[in-house]
Design a protein around this ligand. Structure first.
Ligand SMILES: [Zn+2]
Length: 118
């Protein structure tokens, strides 16, 4: 299916965080939405029905991990994926930039992460 032909409510939600970089900022989302809307067929999906959101874009990774830990959402943290070089056994590699940022966030939040092979 092409986005141009999408029908219904359009909600795109990203797991962006404050420390992910400029391409994950609230400002970037606003410009990205404008780019997507410019390619939509307004008869199928009017601009007002498309939402791009980054609910955690103003939070750091460690703030998210700490919040999840405080709210007993540890199982959701284990399901969150950060690795760019996943191992065949489904674990995080522990070495790529995504894993390094994840490790730092968990350490800073004081939460143990058991998703690594090493
Ligand atoms: Zn990794």
């Amino acid at each position: 299916m092409r986005l141009r032909d999408f029908r219904g409510e359009g909600i795109i939600s990203g797991g962006f965080t404050k420390d992910d970089g400029a391409d994950c900022s609230t400002e970037f989302l606003r410009y990205f939405r404008e780019a997507v809307v410019s390619g939509l067929n307004p008869d199928i999906l009017p601009e007002r029905r498309l939402t791009l959101e980054g609910p955690f874009s103003e939070w750091t990774k460690s703030e998210i991990v700490r919040y999840a830990g405080n709210e007993n959402l540890d199982q959701l943290l284990l399901m969150a994926w950060s690795c760019y070089e996943a191992l065949p056994n489904g674990l995080h590699c522990g070495k790529c930039s995504g894993c390094i940022k994840r490790k730092a966030a968990f350490k800073k939040a004081g939460i143990k992460d058991v998703t690594y092979a090493n």
